[in-house]
Every structure is written in C-alpha cells, then in structure tokens.
Design a protein around this ligand. Structure first.
Ligand code: BGC
Length: 425
C-alpha cells in the first residue's frame, strides 16, 4: 500500500490558502501595477499593450474568416455577423497542435511547419476556394507589440510554446506568406488580436456595458477598455498580459515549478492559476505526497475528476499507483480543490484591481465581465469562488457584476475585429 505523507499534506493545505488579507493586498498591488504600467514606469509587471481597437458598436455585419491560435487546438471558422449582437458560425475546422505523430509547439518544430499547418486549416474551412476574396481576423493568444490593427510582433512565447524564429516577427505577415505559398493569397489577414480582446469584443457586441475580458484556460490573461490612457495614445483596449503579474508571494512549490519551466521568472501569476500549470503543479505535489520516484502526469482535467466526488472515475486516472485507498484519492481531491480555490481567488483579485481602476467617482458600475476558458467553464469550485472573492473584496458592489461565459469568443471576436478593420480599408 502506498503511503501519503500526512504532515506535508496538512502543510500544503495551509500554504495554498489565500485569505481575505492576501487577496486584498493582491488586488491593491494589481491596481498599482496597472496604473504604473499606464504611466510606463519600470516598476510594473503588467505590459499594458495597446490593441488598436475599441469596443464594437453592435451593428458590425458580414461574413469573415476567423483563426484562433494559442491553446492546445487551432480553430478556423467562417463567422457571419448579423448585427444587433447576433452572429452565427457557418463552418468550423479544429485540429490539435500536438498528437502522437507531431508536435508543433516545441523547439523542434519550424516556423514554416507551424504556419503552413495554420494555412492548411484555413484552406479547409474555405473548402480550398482560391478565388473568392476573404478577410481574416486572427486571434493570436500571446503578448504582442502592436503598431496597428493588423501589425503585431510576438514579444515572447508563453504556455511552453517554443517554436524558433517567431519571436520578434510580424505574425500576420508570416501567416500571409504561408497562405500565399499554398496558393491562397485570396485570404487576406486584416486584423490580429489577443484572445482576451476577442472575448471582450464578442461580449460587448451583445452587452455594451462590458469593459473587461479575461481568459481562464490553458493560459490566463485579462484586458480592459481604457477610455483615458494618460499616455498620449487614443482610447483602446489594453492587453495587460496579466499572467505576468509578479507581486504575489509564491510558495516554494510555485518557485520550483517556475525554475523548471521554459521561461523562468516570467508569467508568475499564470503559473499559479492557469490550467496548463495547475495540472503540472498538482502532479509535482502528488509525486511528493506519495513519495513517488517519478511524479505522475496529471492535468487540470484529472484534477476536476478527483474533485467530482465520483469514486468510480478514479480508476481511469493514469499514472497514480494502483493500490491507493479511497481516502487517499479523497485527499488528492482536497488538494486539487485547494489549488482550484487559490486560483479562483487570485484571478478575482486581479479583476477587482482592474474594477477599482475603472471605478467612476469610486463607484464600480454594474457591468458584465467577459470570460472564456476551460478552467472557468469546467473546473469545480472555480466560478463560485471567483464570485465569493469578489464579494469579499468589493462588498455589495459585487452584486452588480455579471461574469458571462462566452463560448467561442475568440472566433466571434476575430470576425468583429476583421469587420472593424475592413471599415477602414
Ligand atoms: C498569453 C496571453 C494569452 C493568455 C491566454 C498567455 O500565456 O501570454 O497573451 O492571452 O495566455 O491564452
């Protein structure tokens, strides 16, 4: 029978608890970083990247191509915007970036392979039509330095992507080169945007009071509509790259995970809250708790399974010792729950910090908050703990906030951005 180290288990449950004082400080520090970032001082860990796009009017119409790249799957779609906040997805193709036979995200993949793969998916969604002119919005879910709605250079990869030759490059240029090389120069990328921006556009299309867009999935990040950036730039949505927020006190386990990642020192908040890293942190902790020589490989989905209170599903978890007791599975479930709750409370703190910044005369206006992502959608305990933490931080004003889960916000947002860009062509 495998032993679970009870002393460590109890310690971990305490270490992972982030109480009201912790999140209050985190929210204040986040607001401070946001405002320092707006002023462009060196003290901020937020990047405040302009997107060159504002909120939609709701009357944008037409058929556009959307490409969504930046998670474990790539999606291309034809989206028809119908106006008045309505839209329909006409066609859609989705493919994974990693299978048993290829890996298009690690350092062995070439940028040509990657972009040709993306172009291939677009080709499929338009049914190999090389004649009609198509306008494409590209949701590219990494931090980019933008110089216009269609010009974005990748600052640096995140989420363990490591394909060489893309950092510093104009991403839509690479995409268009790949499309042209395959004979599909008729597809014109006209807009590029972060996934947080896409989700905000998609939600604001139906709910005009939405100012904040957040992704809570493989990766994590938040953007918001900055009406008055005190920085000599026109009003636009700012991508904060909030996954890089670094003013939280980490546990020694967070530090260890960071030091072994592709980019040590970067994306410190993301490594504490997102699905990609929560699964990894959980795996390491389970390895330690059970004294295993090799930590099991467990994902955020496995964590959800352990939290679900359905013991019949436990056996399907690969990588755990066969001879575990029911109580031990339950202990692992409680550890997963502690990680999920910590994640939800930290994300809520960053939203609260943003809401404090946006408050008008110190009053937080009732509004929708756009959220997309598998962790928010599927992980037990996350949604209610985000709300609970918002109430702790904002009191009654939290009652006016309505987080909306946007499904396929990336596709719809990309289509809206393409529509806005085409207005100016
Ligand atoms: C990227 C962000 C992105 C987030 C969610 C992070 O790793 O840096 O740009 O918005 O993941 O996909």
């Amino acid at each position: 029978m495998v032993e679970l180290n009870e002393v460590l288990y109890n310690e971990l449950l305490v270490e992972l608890r982030v109480d009201k004082d912790f999140i209050t400080e985190a929210a204040g520090a986040f607001r401070w970083d946001l405002e320092q970032g707006l002023k462009g001082t060196e003290f901020s860990s937020l990047q405040m990247l302009p997107s060159y796009i504002g909120l939609p009017e709701g009357n944008e119409k037409g058929k556009y191509l959307a490409l969504d790249f930046g998670g474990t799957n790539v999606r291309a779609a034809i989206v028809e915007l119908l106006g008045a906040g309505r839209y329909t997805t006409v066609r859609r193709v989705e493919k994974p970036l990693i299978t048993d036979s290829y890996n298009l995200i690690d350092s062995h993949a070439t940028r040509e392979e990657l972009f040709s793969f993306l172009a291939g998916i677009i080709e499929e969604v338009i049914d190999h039509d090389s004649q009609t002119e198509y306008f494409l919005g590209h949701t590219f879910s990494f931090g980019t330095e933008q110089h216009g709605i269609n010009e974005a250079r990748l600052i640096r990869w995140a989420k363990e992507f490591a394909v060489p030759g893309v950092e510093g490059e104009d991403v839509n240029r690479l995409l268009y080169a790949a499309l042209s090389a395959r004979g599909f120069g008729n597809v014109r990328p006209v807009a590029i945007l972060n996934d947080t921006v896409a989700v905000l556009l998609a939600t604001a299309y139906s709910y005009p009071d939405t100012c904040i867009g957040s992704i809570y999935a493989t990766g994590h990040n938040t953007c918001y509509m900055e009406k008055m950036p005190d920085i000599g730039r026109p009003a636009c949505i700012l991508n904060m790259e909030s996954g890089g927020f670094s003013k939280l006190v980490p546990t020694k386990w967070d530090l260890q995970l960071d030091s072994l990642s592709e980019k040590p020192g970067r994306q410190r908040l993301e490594k504490m809250v997102s699905g990609r890293y929560m699964g990894e942190l959980f795996s390491r902790l389970v390895g330690e708790l059970l004294g295993l020589e090799n930590a099991p490989v467990l994902s955020a989905v496995d964590m959800s399974l352990l939290m679900a209170d359905d013991s019949s599903a436990y056996q399907s978890l690969k990588g755990l010792p066969a001879e575990m007791s029911l109580e031990q599975y339950e202990n692992l479930g409680a550890l997963a729950k502690a990680l999920a709750i910590r994640s939800a409370r930290l994300v809520a703190a960053t939203w609260a910090g943003t809401l404090w910044h946006l408050a008008s005369n110190d009053k937080i206006l009732p509004q929708h908050i756009a959220v997309d992502g598998s962790v928010y959608q599927h992980m037990p305990y996350v949604r209610e703990n985000v709300m609970r933490a918002l109430y702790e931080l904002l009191g009654e004003e939290a009652g006016g906030l309505e987080p909306v889960l946007v499904k396929d916000g990336s596709g719809v947002g990309a289509a809206i951005a393409a529509a806005v860009a085409c207005r100016d062509i």
